[in-house]
Write a protein that binds this ligand. Structure first.
Ligand code: DQA
Length: 169
């Protein structure tokens, strides 16, 4: 079973009590449970982690190479500041789905720029804890698991890549 690394950055350990009007009242453990449930339904396992330390997040991204099929990342405020996390993502070259609870584009101007987005297949933000569930769906889509096995979609891609036979004139 493919494993997806779900990384959470600074202050996300405080979910439940942290600015609930913005981030909702669910805890990170609640979100972990939702994420794992959806992932199981998609044939994926989840390695769900949180750290307040930039270097720890970078270490986990580096270790993901060869272990995880992809990374779902809510880098918290590091989203807007960390070239080092963006560089780590570029280095491991795994599919990344960027996720945020809040709609960062509806908030302060300094939250409108993300260093992560350039390294991501796509971004999901603004749906509260549901953003994580949608991020699992997005990752499953990226990994070619939307109802199909990876083998089936690989076979389809091979067929599509075959040169078409020339018609005899
Ligand atoms: C966040 C948005 C960031 O701007 C903020 O710094 C966070 C949480 C979100 O999930 O909405 O810590 O990533």
């Amino acid at each position: 079973m493919d494993s997806v690394l779900v990384l959470n950055g600074p202050n996300l350990n405080l979910l439940g009590t942290r600015e609930p009007d913005i981030y909702g009242s669910e805890t990170l453990d609640d979100i972990r449970a939702k994420t794992e449930e959806r992932a199981a339904g998609r044939g994926l396992s989840v390695d769900f982690r949180q750290s307040n330390a930039e270097h720890e997040l970078i270490g986990w991204i580096q270790e993901a190479k060869g272990q995880a099929a992809g990374i779902i990342l809510n880098a918290g405020a590091f989203t807007h500041t960390s070239l080092a996390i963006a560089d780590a993502l570029a280095a491991v070259a795994l599919p990344v789905v960027e996720v945020h609870l809040s709609n960062i584009y509806r908030r302060e101007h300094f939250r409108h720029h993300s260093h992560i987005s350039r390294q991501a297949e796509g971004v999901i933000c603004g749906f509260g804890s549901e953003s994580y569930v949608l991020a699992v769906d997005a990752m499953a889509h990226v990994l070619g698991r939307n109802g199909k096995t990876r083998k089936a979609s690989a076979a389809k891609a091979t067929r599509a890549a075959r040169p078409t036979k020339k018609k005899r004139s």
